[in-house]
Ligand binder design. Structure first.
Ligand SMILES: [Zn+2]
Length: 266
């Protein structure tokens, strides 16, 4: 496959309408669709496929993908750097991306993290306190060691609950008690949230904002709001099949977002 670069659309991050107190002026224009495309990569398990329902990327494919990011001079931003950019409404740097993992599989620590370290790439793992220590998942010792080494730990609710089905009175447990539980265990702040299965509601977003999450990540779901929504950042799912320059390049570009079907938030 020839290593030819697709012309990337100009990417400018629009300030979040929630922060500005109104709707993003970019909302009205079709062109704005490119303006807020953030190629944030979404992974689950890396290594051997233990469960059929869990999307798994082999270690070889993952290593190829990291080498591709390096070869194409992508800068991989840490969640904090990403939050700094979005909070300031600054331009999204060309060729920037971020790497995320959902669920907290043990292989994120044993397989993915050593490869990430080799490449000098930051990443975040979103964990679910009720699943910590279950077979195939990281235990608290591993989570603490990961945080110590610089792997950012985020929250993926207390019970891996699909938030649109969670009654309002349980949102605090799912989004806030989970956060404080992880903070207590790792001894550092937990500033980032990922919605299980990507589902969220305005009530869930409100609780997340009040709990001082800096960012929240969804899957391929639209926000309720136009423009950049820091509490509904879309991700692009990376699979084991993404081992070709062209497919990965398209996923990292705004073009992919043009063609894929975006789902409703809930
Ligand atoms: Zn999940």
């Amino acid at each position: 496959m020839p290593d030819t670069a697709l012309p990337l659309p100009h990417v400018t991050v629009e300030p979040n309408p929630e922060i500005a107190g109104g709707r993003s002026p970019a909302a009205a224009s079709f062109g704005s669709r490119f303006g807020y495309y953030l190629p944030i990569l979404g992974y689950h398990s890396v290594g051997q496929n233990l469960w059929h329902h869990v999307p798994t990327v082999s270690a070889a494919a993952f290593e190829w993908q990291l080498a591709f990011l390096k070869k194409t001079r992508h800068s991989v931003l840490s969640p904090n750097a990403l939050a700094d950019l979005l909070e300031a409404g600054r331009d999204w740097p060309r060729n920037a991306t971020a790497i995320t993992f959902d669920d907290g599989y043990e292989d994120n620590w044993t397989v993915a993290w050593p490869l990430l370290k080799d490449h000098g790439f930051p990443a975040i793992v979103f964990i679910t306190p009720s699943e910590i220590g279950l077979p195939g998942f990281m235990n608290w010792d591993q989570v603490r060691a990961a945080a110590e080494q610089g792997l950012t730990i985020g929250c993926h609710t207390m019970n891996h609950s699909y938030l649109p089905s969670v009654p309002d009175e349980r949102l605090h447990q799912e989004l806030v008690e989970s956060k404080t539980t992880i903070e207590r265990e790792i001894g550092r702040p937990v500033d980032f949230l990922s919605y299980p299965i990507g589902g969220f509601t305005q009530a869930a977003q409100d609780v997340a904002k009040r709990a001082n999450y800096r960012l929240a990540f969804t899957t391929n779901r639209r926000s309720f709001w136009p423009g950049v929504d820091r509490w509904a950042l879309r991700r692009v799912k990376i699979t084991d099949k993404d081992r070709y320059d062209l497919t990965l390049r398209v996923k990292l570009s705004g073009y992919y977002d043009c063609f894929r079907q975006l789902r409703k938030p809930s």
